[in-house]
Write a protein that binds this ligand. Structure first.
Ligand code: NAD
Ligand code: UDX
Length: 464
């Protein structure tokens, strides 16, 4: 079967970029991305392609090439479902904030709503693709909902988790390490559905990089990959604390161990803590699943990755307070960067949010500059924590348009996101404008310690 019409439900960080690349590489397939969020769809359709709602290097160019040709963004979910032979579900699956599994399990209500909507609308056979990250065995629940339509429609369910990282989404999608497709390998119809999706990726990904498995392995591989990646960050961050008390340097340690080909050099960068919408959510979900099968040791093992990460964020904030003579009350502290990593405007679970919250509890005045994050987003992130009133957040937080402005008359500066531009700031001028002693905290190992110390900064970097 050759796919002609694709619908993707969810025009977010995954649905938008993934579908843009599929459309770019497969001109004969019509791709319609739908969302209930009207503002988001309007932004995807903005005539000025630089105003699409997600900032990713290279994405605007891809959208400019395909949009209106075979890539469409719409709020008419029913129409897109009806027209599609293949439907990707790429809606959010956040950690539950209520009820059973609160704070741990993935909230699957958006997934279920999609399944019920597809069941209601579909009039002909369709392939449903799980693109969202889901607990292992979710396909079983989807199948039960879809098989009860009464319309005599047949559905094949595939799992096709997405491994792109934000900030490098376009290159990750153009050259994926692997594409993983899980499906029903035991039936002819299942194998045909898998082949149909293999053919879509086959437009630009070689066969060697497309891996097919059963559905459950595919679902679980996604949670496993994120757990392993996050575990590396927590492991090196644990070592960063030990380095600080032993005069070892975490960057040297990372290099030394990374040259062991069994360990490898990637994902060993000590930091103020990992953020992003995936790592914490997916590990908590893994912990929940393990617990629900009674596998308490497995659950405890992975939970430690999160506990270490929380500790790292707190420890960094506490270091600022301790260094500033045990009080930051009424002191101005500049945070450079708010996004959870460079080259994205995404702030979900960003370490900066938690460091700011800690410092605000210590009555600091916080000034933030991030090249891609809006003031509204920064305030919304803090309001969401519910630590203090919205009025108080607005009184204590200022958001400015340049790093220079943020650091003016500050007691301390903390680098929270590794934006390249922070490396080449006029640090001499920043030093001149700050109160003395001028404290600089590098939460990303971004800056040149020797050069900045020579300028006069009191310099602290994670892990040395
Ligand atoms: P997102 O919040 O950016 O986007 C999800 C979109 O789905 C939202 O715009 C929302 O309005 C829409 N939506 C929700 N319910 C809907 C419905 N019933 N009908 C139509 N639209 C609906 O989320 P995201 O970051 O794109 O993540 C989506 C999934 O992909 C999650 O499961 C996530 O774990 C996974 N994932 C994310 C990343 C990443 O880097 N962000 C990477 C890999 C996997
Ligand atoms: C992650 C996975 O990498 C990706 O495969 C998956 O599809 C979604 O989740 P993402 O969260 O977008 O991607 O970014 P990633 O590059 O993994 O970084 C996550 C966090 O870890 C960031 O806050 C980053 O700064 C931090 N990190 C990463 C480190 O602190 N040190 C490292 O060495 C690597």
């Amino acid at each position: 079967m050759k796919v002609k019409n694709i619908c993707c439900i969810g025009a977010g960080y995954v649905g938008g970029p993934t579908m843009a690349i599929i459309a770019q590489k497969s001109p004969e397939i019509n791709v319609t991305v739908v969302d209930i969020n009207e503002k988001r769809i309007a932004a995807w359709n903005d005539p000025d392609v630089e105003k699409i709602p997600i900032y990713e290097p290279g994405l605007a160019e891809v959208v400019a090439e395909a949009r209106g040709r075979n890539l469409f963004f719409s709020t008419d979910v029913d129409a897109a479902i009806d027209a599609a032979d293949m439907i990707f579900i790429s809606v959010n699956t956040p950690t539950k904030t209520y009820g059973m599994g609160k704070g741990m399990a993935a909230d699957l209500k958006y997934i279920e709503l999609c399944a019920r909507q597809i069941a209601r609308v579909a009039k002909n056979d369709k392939i449903i693709v799980e693109k969202s990250t889901l607990p292992v065995r979710t396909a079983e629940a989807l199948k039960r909902i879809l098989d009860n339509t009464g319309n005599g429609v047949n559905f094949q369910i595939l799992s096709n988790p997405e491994f792109l990282a934000e900030g490098t989404a376009v290159t990750d999608l153009h050259k994926p390490d692997r594409v993983l497709i899980g499906g029903d390998l035991d039936t002819e119809a299942g194998r045909e559905a898998i082949q149909a999706l293999v053919d879509v990726y086959g437009h630009w990904v070689s066969d060697d990089n497309i891996l097919t498995t059963n559905v459950w392995s595919s679902e679980l591989s996604k949670l496993t990959a994120n757990a392993f990646l996050a575990q590396r960050v927590s492991s090196i961050n644990a070592m960063s604390e030990l380095c600080e008390v032993t005069e070892a340097d975490v960057q040297e340690v990372a290099k030394a161990i990374g040259m062991d080909s069994r360990i490898g050099p990637k994902f060993l960068k000590a930091s103020v803590g990992f953020g992003g919408s995936c790592f914490q959510k997916d590990i908590l979900n893994l912990v929940y699943i393990a617990k629900s099968f009674g596998l308490n040791e497995v659950a405890d093992y992975w939970e430690q990755v999160i506990l270490m990460n929380d500790h790292q964020k707190r420890r960094f904030a506490a270091k600022i307070v301790k260094t500033l003579f045990n009080t930051v009350s009424g002191k101005k502290i500049a945070l450079l960067g708010w996004a959870f990593k460079k080259d994205t405007n995404d702030t979900r679970e960003s370490a900066a949010i938690y460091v700011a919250d800690y410092l605000l509890n210590e009555q600091a005045e916080i000034v933030v500059y991030d090249p891609k994050v809006t003031k509204e987003q920064i305030l919304a992130d803090l309001d969401y924590l519910g630590t203090r009133s919205e009025e108080e957040n607005r009184k204590l937080i200022t958001v400015v348009n340049s790093a220079q402005e943020a650091c003016k008359a500050a007691h301390a500066v903390a680098v929270m996101t590794e934006w390249d531009a922070f490396k080449t700031l006029d640090w001499e001028a920043i030093y001149e404008g700050m109160l003395k002693p001028a404290f600089l905290f590098d939460g990303r190992r971004l800056l040149d310690k020797e050069a900045l110390t020579a300028l006069g900064f009191e310099f602290y970097a994670i892990g040395s």
